[in-house]
Ligand binder design. Structure first.
Ligand SMILES: Nc1ncnc2c1ncn2[C@@H]1O[C@H](COP(=O)(O)OP(=O)(O)OP(=O)(O)O)[C@@H](O)[C@H]1O
Ligand SMILES: [Mg+2]
Length: 460
């Protein structure tokens, strides 16, 4: 919103001064003059964001001036000032392309509202552009910590596929950075200035899935009060990130496959299909091949999304990344929380490197943020950092209530996954939670339905 420029043209010097004062106090940069000719030469010098023109000027009339200005800058919003009672003039102004009109005398509120309304689309697109640039900087390759040869290899693959429209399926345990990599691919692709739409297939309740993804037409089911665009359509020209794709209901998998193959979707209750141009990135922490064998995942969809498979190794298999990641998160947390922590005590770093990190990078990130917040010293000492996974969950050990509760909850969830063979819906039912809430709980502990096959010792 900085430095929006307004042109004001009126031959009444006192009104001109008044308008100038008002607009400057609203934060605008104002250029003003009393004739059409002067206005045109001002407009030649630099484009304006908005113009306020009196209908009657000594040389041109306001509408002619508007025409001339539009010849140079067709999208310039123009507000015409008319005398009291001149409704026909106002109507004519609107017909000829004025954004709006104000009848003299007008108050500050009316003036401000008209300008704000006219400038909203431009401000919004500037904001979107700003956020997009921010995201592109955040997910530039240089912001991804990748010291280990394993992650270097991943980044090499990423740079190879980023510029293409290839479908990529990113797999890896929870918290290994699958979403980060998906965003990096998007931000380094030719679609970087278009939307990146993440869809967490595990978090959308099953009955809503189809309409969320494909959209729906008004009246197609109870509660469909309006037409709704689906997430696939929102990703048009950009990237659709299907996170936890292994959790997608079977019935929808075939609809998705059709959408990917035909590049068109049909909204629920709609008669016609809509063309879409999206690049698909998918992620999973489930063994999809096994899901195919067990009949939970369609084989044809599996092959369709596995054009380029990318696997992110768990943190315990790339311990070289731990020190750089730890420093990266420390620096960020220090900035966020205004602390003075400068680094790690040697035994603290040793402990970080030795830990098994079942929750991978996310666990490390959370652990460091907590340690930074708790620490009163310049160096982070080992007291705020993890003891080994087994120790921390030993029942009856001397630990604060919150930690003991968390340790219990983690074990309980693991047991539940074991008992239900990783069936989230059943496990959620037994736990008395909604599926989406249950899923969040698993995420909190870095657990995944497939964890039933992973014995705790394999973490070390
Ligand atoms: N290489 C990395 N450099 C910097 N930060 C990272 C890196 N990898 C992961 N992170 C951070 O770790 C956290 C977890 O990453 P992300 O959400 O991408 O994991 P995920 O594999 O999608 O997890 P889940 O399976 O639970 O959804 C994020 O906050 C992310 O910013
Ligand atoms: Mg994720």
């Amino acid at each position: 919103m900085a430095d929006e420029r307004i042109l004001v043209v009126d031959d009444d010097p006192s009104l001109l001064t008044l308008l100038q004062m008002r607009l400057r106090s609203m934060g605008f940069v104002v250029s003003s003059c009393g004739t059409g000719e002067d206005a045109l030469s001002l407009a030649q010098e630099e484009p304006f964001d908005f113009a306020i023109l009196d209908l009657r000027l000594p040389d041109l009339d306001g509408l002619e001036l508007m025409d001339e200005l539009h010849q140079h800058q067709s999208n310039l919003p123009v507000l015409i000032l008319t005398a009291h009672g001149c409704i026909p003039n106002a109507v004519q102004a609107m017909k000829k392309g004025a954004y709006g009109y104000l009848t003299k005398p007008f108050d500050d509120k009316e003036l401000q509202e008209s300008i704000d309304k006219a400038l909203t689309p431009k401000r919004m697109s500037q904001e979107i552009h700003r956020l997009q640039t921010l995201m592109n900087e955040l997910y530039g390759m240089e912001n991804i910590v990748a010291r280990s040869p394993e992650m270097q290899a991943v980044l090499q693959q990423v740079s190879r596929v980023a510029k293409t429209d290839t479908t990529v399926c990113i797999s890896g345990e929870t918290g290994t950075g699958k979403e980060v990599i998906a965003r990096v691919i998007h931000c380094n692709s030719l679609r970087a200035s278009k939307p990146f739409i993440p869809v967490n297939c595990a978090a959308i309740p099953e009955p809503l899935f189809e309409s969320e993804l494909f959209g729906h037409m008004k009246g197609s089911f109870t509660g469909a009060h309006q037409n709704k665009r689906g997430l696939i359509q929102s990703a048009d020209k950009g990237t659709l990130f299907l996170d936890e794709i292994g959790e997608m209901p079977l019935a929808l998998q075939s609809k998705l496959l059709r959408a990917i193959q035909n590049r068109e979707i049909s909204p629920v209750g709609g008669q016609v299909s809509v063309k879409v141009d999206v690049r698909i990135l998918a992620a999973t922490n489930r063994d999809l091949e096994q899901a195919v064998r067990e009949g939970h995942f369609r084989e044809d969809l599996y092959y369709r999304i596995h054009v380029v498979p990318l696997w992110l190794p768990p943190l315990r298999q790339r311990r070289e990344d731990i020190p750089s990641l730890a420093q990266f998160f420390l620096k960020r947390s220090v900035q966020q929380h205004g602390k003075t922590v400068k680094g790690f005590a040697p035994e603290a770093m040793q402990r970080l490197i030795a830990h098994s990190w079942p929750g991978n990078v996310r666990e490390l990130e959370n652990m460091i943020e907590r340690a930074v917040v708790m620490s009163a010293h310049d160096l982070l000492t080992a007291e705020f950092l993890p003891v080994s996974t087994q120790e921390s969950s030993t029942p009856g050990s001397l630990q604060p209530l919150t930690e003991a509760k968390e340790a219990f909850e983690r074990e309980y969830l693991k047991g539940l996954l074991q008992a239900t063979q990783g069936n989230i819906s059943r496990a959620a039912q037994i736990a008395g939670r909604y599926r989406a809430d249950f899923y969040k709980l698993l995420k909190k502990y870095g657990l995944h339905p497939s964890d039933r096959q992973v014995s705790p010792s394999s973490h070390v």
